[in-house]
Design a protein around this ligand. Sequence first.
Ligand code: UT7
Length: 324
Amino acid sequence: MGFRIVGTGSYLPEKILTNFDLEKMVDTSDEWIRERTGIRERRIASPQEAASDLGVKASQKALQMAGISPEDLDLIVVATITPDMFFPSTACFIQQKLGAKNSAAFDISAACSGFIYGLVVVNGLIRSGKFKRVLLVAAETLSKITDWEDRSTCVLLGDGAGACVIVPHNEKTLLSYTLGADGNCGHLLFIPGGGSRLPATEDTVRNKKHFLKMKGNELFKIAVRVLAESALKVIREAGISPEDISHFIPHQANWRIMKACAQKIGLPLEKIYVTVDRYGNTSAATIPIALDEAVREGKVNRGDILLLDAFGGGLTWGACILKW
Ligand code: UT7
């Protein structure tokens, strides 16, 4: 038994922050940001919008496409590194706001790889036979953990959410997958404060310990290698060749990473679905947002072979071959 994604949805906050806006905030330029990352603009949540608010809007669109009402859901899984609160989980907030009263709910913490981790977890739970109507959401408000004085990170990040409704299906559609992690490199991308290691104090606030820290150029090299290795592994395990892939939907952190990765896999650049120019890096949400856009634009059709590929903090990574 497999699963099928029967509805997709996404939501991006209204406010657009362009590279030219950032030129007025930090020592950077539109040219530098475009050339080094491919990003032109990103979306920023309002002060009133938390991750669950973005997630609910994406979920409502996915449920509408699926023709499924919130009460029919039996499980909600949310991938996020910017939860509304430590607890309750963001999944519980989304459950309450949707009115999905018959649903279990929990969060997954796998940073930018959260959507792929989520897909693999949902696959297992659906195969158990216990769950029949599952909502998988990735919702991020990275602007709330961004140091707006740090030019090395603030130009990269954005806010947004994507969601999928997933149901059991006779045919196998997850043709192959891989998940991985390397805790030894956790220090390359993290938030030092606010957890049990370094609880919030006046000192942690003054010293900006609650903001995301990243060693970008060290991550860059690992990202290209790991994304390409994972992709080649799932292509091999699915018994297909790169030519069989209709669309490559990678995590959208940097156009240069995506391009280098496609070249290593042997995929033409036209097969990459790109959103990083418009939304920047929205962590776990980049893949489901891109997937929803590609579906709604009619680019992804039933029978298409998709390669999803993610990499992020933890470090974590994951890739899969999905028959749409
Ligand atoms: O979400 C998954 C995990 N994240 C990633 O995968 C991100 C991976 N990393 C990257 O995308 C890239 O490394 C960055 C976009 C973060 C940086 O690009 P880079 O080509 O690796 O630049 P760099 O960090 O090596 O910095 C080059 C120069 C430095 O100046 P010097 O030392 O050469 O004088 C930086 O200070 O660019 C400078 N710089 C900037 N200049 C203008 C760094 N940020 C900026 C900026 N504007 N915003």
